[in-house]
Design a protein around this ligand. Structure first.
Ligand code: DC
Length: 233
C-alpha cells in the first residue's frame, strides 16, 4: 500500500449543490490532505467584478473589463484555527460574501469567460503541484488534473440539490424562497453544462456517485473505500 510519501490527487466534480464540497472537505480531513474549493475561486472573481461594477444590471459581465482586472485579483485560502479554510480576495476574508445569492446568481457567466478559466486553472494546478490534495469543482478531472489518480463525479436531482442549498441558506439567515434557489440551481446547471469552454461533464475514468439518498456517514465510508482502493493499486 502507498503511504503519504506518495500522495495522490483526488478530483471531485459535479453539479452545483451536489454536496461535493462537503464530501471533498471531509475526505481531505480524514486522510490528511489539503482541500481546495475551486468554485470559491470563481466566486471570488465574481465578487470582485460585482464590487467594481463589471457586471451589468442584465447580469452580463463586461468581459474586457473582467479580463483586464485579472492581474489585480489575488486569491488565497486562509486556514482557520478549526481547520476550515476561508477564501481571501486581495487579503480580505470574503468567505461569507461569496456564498450569497448575489454572487451565486452572477457566477456562471464569469466562469464561462475563457481567460478567467485559464487564469484560475493555472492557479489550481500550482496548488496541486505537490499532490496530496482533494479539489472539487466542475472540470477538475477533465481539465485541471486529467491525470488525477482518483476522480469522482457527483450527481443528485436538481430538487434534492435545491432543497439542500435552501436549508443551508435558511440556517445562515438568508431570506430566500425554495423556488428562487431551485431556479438558480437549474439555471446554473444549464450554463455549466452548455458553455463552450470546459463544460461540466464526467471524465471517462471518473466514478459516478448519486448521493441523493446517502447519509454523510455512508458517503464518508464510500469515499474512504475508493481512496483505499486507489492507493492500493
Ligand atoms: O461549486 P460552486 O457552486 O461554488 O461553483 C460556483 C460556480 O463556479 C459555478 O457556477 C460553476 C463554476 N465553477 C466552474 O466553472 N469550474 C470549477 N472548477 C468550479 C466552479
Amino acid at each position: 500500500m502507498q503511504t503519504t510519501a506518495n500522495p495522490i490527487i483526488i478530483a471531485v466534480d459535479g453539479y452545483s449543490s451536489s454536496g461535493k464540497s462537503t464530501m471533498a472537505r471531509r475526505l481531505a480531513s480524514a486522510i490528511g490532505y489539503r482541500y481546495i474549493d475551486s468554485g470559491a475561486m470563481y466566486r471570488a472573481v465574481t465578487l470582485y467584478a460585482l464590487d467594481h461594477e463589471l457586471i451589468g444590471a442584465d447580469g452580463n459581465p463586461d468581459i474586457e473589463g473582467v479580463v483586464a482586472a485579472l492581474p489585480l485579483i489575488k486569491i488565497d485560502f486562509a486556514v482557520q484555527p478549526d481547520g476550515s479554510q476561508h477564501t481571501m480576495l486581495n487579503g480580505e476574508d470574503v468567505e461569507r460574501e461569496i456564498r450569497r445569492l448575489r454572487v451565486s446568481n452572477a457566477v456562471s457567466p464569469i466562469a464561462a469567460i475563457p481567460q478567467v478559466r485559464h487564469a484560475l486553472v493555472a492557479m489550481q494546478q500550482a496548488l496541486g503541484a505537490s499532490r496530496g490534495i482533494v479539489m472539487d469543482g466542475r472540470d477538475i478531472g477533465t481539465v485541471v488534473f486529467p491525470d488525477a489518480e482518483l476522480k469522482i463525479f457527483v450527481d443528485a436531482s436538481a430538487e434534492t440539490r435545491a432543497q439542500r442549498r435552501f436549508k443551508e441558506m435558511l440556517e445562515k439567515g438568508s431570506q430566500v424562497s425554495y423556488e428562487e434557489v431551485l431556479a438558480n440551481v437549474v439555471h446554473r446547471d444549464h450554463i455549466d453544462t452548455t458553455r463552450e469552454e470546459s463544460p461540466l461533464r464526467r471524465a471517462d475514468d471518473a466514478i459516478a456517485l448519486d448521493n441523493s439518498s446517502m447519509t454523510l456517514e455512508e458517503q464518508d465510508a464510500w469515499l474512504l473505500e475508493m481512496y483505499n482502493k486507489t492507493i492500493a493499486r
